[in-house]
Design a protein around this ligand. Sequence first.
Ligand code: ADP
Length: 387
Amino acid sequence: MAEIVFDQIGKTYAGGYAAIRNLNMTIRDGEFLILVGPSGCGKSTALRMIAGLEDISEGRLMINGAVVNDLAPRDRDIAMVFQSYALYPHLTVAENIGFGLRVRGMDKAEIARKVDETARLLELEDYLARKPAQLSGGQRQRVAMGRALARSPQAFLMDEPLSNLDARLRGQMRAEIARMQKLSGITTVYVTHDQVEAMTMGDRVAVMKGGVLQQLGTPRSLYDRPANLFVASFMGAPAMNLLEGELVAGHGGIEARFGGVAIPFSAGVLAERPGVGRAAGRAVVLGVRPDVFQPVDGVNAPSSAIPGTVAFIEDLGADLLAHVDVEMADHLKALATEQDEVALSAPRLRVMIDSTRRVSRGERLSLVADAARIHLFDAATEAAIRD
Ligand code: ADP
């Protein structure tokens, strides 16, 4: 069991590249923490520092209160599971799981007990005599985890362990890893660039960008209260719509204006988010998740509605994702992440529509959004405007 603390940690690679800047973060004992961000943001570097595989340029890394900056990897009692879960092909599942224990000289009966216990946890009891080649991808993944788990390490580190699996299996393994982590209670740090994994697996999520921690919190808090534009656009699929506008004091309140549309923020919303009232006169970015837009009939549309035309529709089963061309396309802000290529190539609004409502290509509709559910960001600093 371990608490892991990053205290003002920095990492500069030879050549001068600053991969991590002033990272302050406490990973709690027993916690499942997800480290997420786009490629190159420093996730693996942070993980490798915990394992002791990367020198620390600045700050202190502590495990259970002891500074471990100079502690060798083998003395840290930490297990790492990588993307390529190399199993020994000539050994059985039982031998693979027990491998690390044998190497450490644990006695046979104790190894057998540990292997059985681990196999039960991972539901691998029926496969113990098989060789890796006789297993499915998911089962192999479980054996790889079993091998790490059998050692009862202080902490588990996982670097994109599911990226080699197909989508169906990935979904299954997401749930399985989360379940196993809870059962074992071992502090786990899990690196991914996949925001679905980030939203669904961990207790808390640390979002990184360019070597800088952007926000640390529960998946729900990051989704509901993103600290800045980057977190807002990174978390959630399909991605949030971003519109550039201005906050203006008028009509006895505050409204967001862009391209002929005015969205009023009621006294209720302002009471909940006093920062919005103070931001009058500022250039802002409005963030509207695809499920927050409601299509309304053009004739009855209020002045806060955005008129548009359905360019195309993706049928997602329970919902339809409509891509809507709008006249004020110059107010649409391209996403900060690469996760939505469609949005980057054509500035359109993404609107999630219940599949029971009929909508067709070329249809004209007006979109309204509940102001209480619209996120606001300062256009200059990209920080959320809220409190
Ligand atoms: P991530 O895991 O988020 O994709 P990494 O932690 O692997 O990111 O890398 C962060 C940054 O540091 C990247 O820009 C990468 O190119 C750079 N980097 C990683 N390893 C080295 C190295 N050994 N030498 C120099 N630069 C490196």
